[in-house]
Design a protein around this ligand. Structure first.
Ligand code: AMP
Ligand code: GLY
Length: 425
């Protein structure tokens, strides 16, 4: 089968690496891809916002499955255009992608179908939002309704901070995404990312991970797209997974189908495991980045079979098996990230890293005059497996230390929570 993968991040490199291992794959194309993805696929310069051009490409190359990595093309309706043209696609419809595209939509779904989440209000004016925030009191969370590249959320420990965040949203800090604001109860507990493959009816649990969102060691400093992750998440025991499926994922699948927008693709639940049980923080409608990288290292089964089963509505007939090993990924970012970064700094030493449970996935890299250079904020995902998280952590940092890139940095404590737990056990 010929496959077209949409995207250019570390997530897509991990997907490409795993798809390339499938005996069912004939040829993999990636749009736009990156130098790491180019080791597994032919990268093509397709404009993914031009849906007609993507459809034409799929016809010309006899693409059997399109795999959409990032959320933006899903929210823009690429899956619908492909399906309408008879092209098979892994990813939700534009209507179903509202689960990520509108936080208010998801909160209303939770309220209607009894899915546990924080209490909330939706507002179109700063005055009403502030009145509600004052009534509820701090700590409280303020969220721009729409897609804001992970930057639209303020967890306010003081009321003033919440009021300022409300003003920033309505003053256009997040463009159209902030025209509506959700003010939400602060949830206390341990976070986990939980994934399911979905086909409109069935949801197949597809692993868990924990992400490190803050830029600095000890989970300090500003939020980022994610500085590292490990899998599995220790809090997602078999019992907790079963509870999350019953209380959160399954009612979501039923609710979406009942509302005429059945969900297919990957459902990524951001969870808070509180004293009262699991609560939904948010949904994403694509794999996490860098969570996907650790999931792919642990997946035993053929990814292409699973993604095709999702696209075909056949998930009831497949299963996903995982290695017992843990996996951990360290994000190497360009100096200055998540602020302004310098592009073009040279990266050396990747050839010193052996295989055997260590993979370096590329995110923002480029080739220039025969050299590998940084071309974005998050640049490399150094990923390793191990018998324990501590073991995977050691192997990942040994690989990090073999990389010669003065223009970049990473956190030195990815996995600390799990490593501490393992040390206590
Ligand atoms: P999001 O962009 O929705 O993933 O939110 C970013 C981060 O803000 C999450 O990963 C949480 O750490 C935090 N967060 C979001 N909503 C809440 C909440 N209701 N209570 C506590 N923390 C939250
Ligand atoms: N790492 C978090 C995300 O992909 O949204």
């Amino acid at each position: 089968m010929n496959v077209l993968l949409i995207g250019s991040g570390g997530r897509e490199h991990a997907l490409a690496w795993k798809l390339a291992a499938s005996p069912l794959l004939t040829k993999l194309y990636a749009a736009p891809g990156n130098p790491g993805i180019a080791q597994e696929a032919e990268c093509v310069g397709l404009d993914v916002e031009d849906h007609a051009a993507v459809v034409a490409f799929c016809r010309e190359k006899a693409i059997g499955l399109v795999v959409v990595g990032p959320e933006a093309p899903l929210v823009a309706g690429l899956s619908d255009a492909l399906r309408a043209a008879g092209v098979k696609v892994f990813g939700p419809s534009q209507a179903a992608a509202q689960l990520e595209g509108s936080k208010g939509f998801t909160k209303d779904l939770c309220a209607r179908f009894g899915i546990p989440t924080g209490a909330y209000g939706r507002f179109r004016s700063a005055d009403e939002a502030k009145t509600y925030a004052r009534q509820q009191g701090a700590p409280i969370v303020v969220k721009a309704d729409g897609l804001a590249a992970g930057k639209g959320v303020t967890v306010a420990m003081e009321l003033d901070e919440a009021l300022a965040a409300i003003d920033a949203c309505f003053d256009g800090a997040f463009g159209g995404a902030g025209a509506e604001v959700v003010v939400e109860e602060f949830l206390d507990g341990e976070e986990a990312s939980f994934f399911c493959l979905c086909d409109g009816k069935t949801a197949l649990p597809f692993g868990s991970a924990q992400d490190h969102k803050r830029v600095g060691d000890g989970d300090t400093g500003p939020n980022t797209g994610g500085m590292g992750a490990y899998s599995p998440a220790p809090v997602m025991s078999a019992e907790m997974t079963e509870r999350v499926m019953r209380e959160i994922v399954e009612p979501t699948m039923r609710g979406m189908a009942e509302m005429g927008m059945p969900f297919s693709g990957v459902l990524f639940a951001g969870l808070m495991i509180t004293r009262d049980g699991p609560k939904l923080i948010e949904y994403n409608v694509r794999f996490g980045d860098p969570e996907c990288q650790v999931l792919m290292m642990r997946l035993k089964d053929d990814l292409l079979v699973l993604l095709e089963a999702s696209a075909d509505g056949q998930l009831g007939h497949v299963s996903a098996r995982w290695r017992d090993d843990a996996a951990l990924t360290v994000v190497m970012a360009a100096n200055g990230y998540p602020g302004a970064v310098k592009k073009g700094t040279v990266i050396k030493g990747l050839d010193r890293i052996g295989s055997g449970g260590v993979e370096v996935f590329h995110a923002g890299t480029a080739r220039k005059d025969g050299e590998l250079v940084a071309n974005g904020g998050r640049v490399l995902n150094v990923t390793a497996t191990g018998k324990t998280v501590s073991d995977a952590q050691q192997r990942a940092y040994a690989a990090v230390d073999a990389i010669d890139w003065p223009g970049g940095f990473c956190r030195r404590d990815i996995g600390w929570r799990a490593v501490e737990r393992e040390a206590e056990a």
